[in-house]
Design a protein around this ligand. Structure first.
Ligand code: NAI
Length: 249
């Protein structure tokens, strides 16, 4: 799919799914604005993507997002595409979570999504064109143990996506949610590492997928690319599972 002339803002662009998405969109002609709090990895990514802009900071911080959105407006005018991939988990249940931990996960995964959508939607609405892809999680649909703030945040992200899709259907802006299964990224590696037996945790995760393996970041990026671009012109308010069959099983 050709994305020439499009400006794509990708949060969580430094590693994993966000990085794969940024690279793939750039390879199709998009100009990338990468956002991440991991400055070193983000700078390395953007250095390899000509014309891109690296914005280092916390997606959950209102002032930071406002400043970053201002930088996007100044350099590019409005953005055509927003992908919200910034996210993380603690691997803790309700009882084991402090309020700070709960708030920190919600602040990145949900509030960060809200803040970036709120910052870029007006420009999309004004031009009657835009596409937003939120990154959800299969666990928000299937359930999962010892990850309460994460699952709650991702369930809310799916609801937020449907809500924005309806609110902006008349504005020429589409909003969709990609729902990955377990994808081999630093986030998943950290999740396995929290377990007493990381190898066994990995094997259990593999076994949950009827396709018999973990997903690759590029496989999710391809779905994001589809949802973000004109090939998905009649798709809004959807949750696209890229989960190796996890939710069907
Ligand atoms: P990752 O850890 O490789 O990438 C996440 C990126 O988000 C990192 O570069 C990190 O620095 C950045 N980030 C985290 N909090 C941030 C904040 N407050 N402000 C700015 N940047 C922040 O993880 P991965 O796997 O690529 O995750 C991408 C998205 O996919 C996340 O939303 C995650 O929840 C979701 N996901 C991942 C799955 C997996 O198995 N890897 C499964 C389902 C969903």
């Amino acid at each position: 799919m050709d994305l020439a002339g499009r400006v794509a803002v990708v949060t969580g662009a430094a590693t994993g799914i966000g990085a794969a998405t940024a690279r793939m969109m750039a390879s199709r002609g998009a100009t990338i604005v990468g956002v991440d709090r991991n400055g070193a990895a983000l700078d390395a990514l953007c250095a390899a993507l000509p014309g891109s802009l690296a914005l280092v900071g916390d997606v959950g911080d209102e002032a930071t997002v406002a400043a970053h959105a201002g930088a996007v407006a100044e350099r590019f005018g409005a953005a055509d595409i927003l992908v919200t991939a910034a996210g993380w988990s603690t691997g803790k249940g309700v009882v084991g979570s402090t309020l700070d931990e709960w708030n920190a996960v919600l602040n990145t995964n949900l509030t960060g999504t809200f803040l970036w959508c709120r910052a870029l939607l007006p420009g999309m609405v004004a031009r009657k064109a835009g596409s937003i892809v939120l990154v959800g999680s299969q666990l928000a649909f299937a359930g999962g143990r010892s990850n309460a703030p994460y699952l709650a945040s991702k369930g809310a992200v799916a609801s937020l996506g449907r809500c924005m899709a309806l609110d902006h259907a008349d504005d020429g802006v589409r909003v969709n949610v990609v729902v990955p299964g377990a994808i081999d990224t630093p986030l998943l590696e950290r999740a396995f590492a929290r377990s007493a037996d990381p190898q066994a945790a990995r094997a259990r995760s593999v076994a949950r997928h009827p396709l018999g393996r973990l997903g690759r970041a590029e496989e999710v990026a391809r779905a994001i690319l589809f949802l973000a671009g004109d090939d998905a012109s009649f798709t809004t308010g959807s949750c696209l599972m890229v989960d190796g069959g996890w939710l069907a099983a």
